[in-house]
Ligand binder design. Structure first.
Ligand SMILES: Cc1ncc(COP(=O)(O)O)c(C=O)c1O
Length: 423
């Protein structure tokens, strides 16, 4: 229905940009230039989002306060560093559909994943297996395998992969149901990427959560490719935990601090096993330095260290933009611009292009993973040389993500024209 209204012309793309209620946001980002001094077509927000112009200002503020105030900046800075992470919470919670008490920005994704597994992977003799999707990000697989071994289990026995069927690219929910029917009593944890990094498939998070819980397992999501891209509605969806990074769709800079969600049902459970540090301790008595560990209720109780303020400042700048734009509007544009990209790719003659990402907008964010038949990385390298920044995954997938805050319909049109010229 929607695609029939599209037109494969530059004029049409420009018209869409004119009508775009978020068009003013592109100018709030630094867009890298190609070798001819023209703005790149930057479709790589699934790997590293672009820098908001506001970021420098926010970071400079903290550098200035540090130079003027030294240690007193902890309490006297314009944005005091002691509670600085709290300034991020409300806006971050909105983007992932959580209650503020369920969210904290801390550490990085893989570290948070381990901390969450310390609390929510508590294997017993009978129930010790972990399910992940088969093309899970390698780091997640390493983390899960190391947790299994840490508890004395062998991945070949205790790690179950939810796989696409022979000859298919995408995972089917029914197959996860079958795994749970057959082995549910043995399964301690379902750890699923909300949106798969390779195929761009977004999974039915609520159904997966209910399925896991029905069988007595804990459920966690890796939102690296979900946060700022799709709306996971974490509170309502109900997983036990979720973790994400902030440098992809959340535009907070390379290696920036990650996010963590712990569902409200665990907020006051002081008996939950966890690894602890002083920043998770009751704020009233933290500086008495003598007390037994008394966790802050909610996600903040999993913090270890006082956080890197310069990184949090970058996140704060980015969240200000998300808040001004409104995540619903961002998602609405994401669906439109991704549909347009899909339409243009499908218009390419012949059968060289296959999009492996689901067609249904509810089963994907803004990333499309494209397989180019008979192509190798040379094609991708030429695309990059032509000013299109995307990324390549072996053996033959190009991932393109028109992140809606700074991409235009014209960008998408240009990308497909340049690809066509190379095919
Ligand atoms: C799906 C997924 N999980 C985990 C990671 C690892 O993140 P980090 O290096 O921040 O721990 C990434 C990084 O790109 C990712 O895409």
């Amino acid at each position: 229905m929607q695609t029939t209204q599209h037109k494969n012309t530059l004029e049409f793309a420009k018209e869409q940009d004119q009508k775009d209620p978020l068009k003013r946001f592109r100018n709030q980002f630094h867009i890298p230039k190609d070798k001819n001094g023209e703005e790149q077509v930057y479709l790589c927000g699934n790997s590293l989002g672009l820098q908001p112009k506001l970021t420098q200002e926010y970071i400079l503020q903290e550098l200035e306060d540090w130079s003027n105030l030294g240690v007193e900046g902890h309490t006297e800075a314009k944005n005091p560093w002691m509670p600085y992470h709290e300034f991020l919470t409300d806006k971050m919670a909105k983007i992932v559909g959580a209650k503020p008490s369920e969210v904290v920005m801390m550490n990085t994704l893989s570290v948070n994943l381990h901390l969450m597994m310390v609390s929510f992977y508590r294997p017993s003799i009978g129930r010790y297996k972990i399910v992940i999707e088969s093309d899970a990000f390698p780091s997640d697989k390493y983390a899960v395998e190391s947790q299994l071994k840490f508890h004395g289990h062998q991945p070949k026995d205790a790690l179950i992969e939810w796989k696409p069927r022979e000859g298919e690219e995408l995972c089917r929910y029914e197959d996860l149901e079958n795994i749970m029917e057959e082995q549910g009593d043995d399964i301690a944890l379902l750890l699923i990427g909300s949106t798969n990094y390779y195929t761009g498939q977004s999974f039915p998070l609520k159904k997966i959560t209910e399925l896991g819980h029905r069988h007595g397992a804990k459920v966690g999501f890796d939102l690296a490719h979900g946060a700022g891209n799709i709306q996971p509605n974490l509170h309502e969806t109900g997983p036990d935990f979720a973790v994400w990074c902030s440098y992809k769709y959340l535009n907070s800079g390379p290696g920036s601090v990650g996010g963590c969600f712990v569902h409200e049902r665990h907020a006051n459970n002081k008996d939950l096993k966890r690894f602890t540090g002083w920043w998770g301790h009751n704020k009233q008595t933290r500086f008495n330095m003598r007390h037994e560990f008394d966790p802050i209720p909610g996600a903040e109780g999993w913090q270890l260290s006082n956080p890197p303020i310069l990184s949090l400042a970058a996140i704060r700048a980015s969240l200000a933009i998300f808040d001004e734009a409104g995540f619903e509007n961002i998602r609405a544009k994401s669906v439109k611009i991704t549909n347009y990209l899909e339409y243009l790719l499908e218009e390419i003659e012949g059968d060289q292009i296959e999009i492996i990402t689901p067609k249904n907008p509810e089963e994907r964010g803004c990333q499309l993973s494209i397989k180019v038949q008979h192509a190798n990385k040379a094609l991708f390298d030429k695309l990059m040389a032509a000013g299109v920044i995307a990324d390549w995954r072996e053996p033959n997938v190009i991932r393109v993500a028109p992140a809606p805050l700074y991409n235009s319909f014209e960008n998408v049109y240009k990308m497909v024209e340049r690809l066509k010229a190379l095919l």
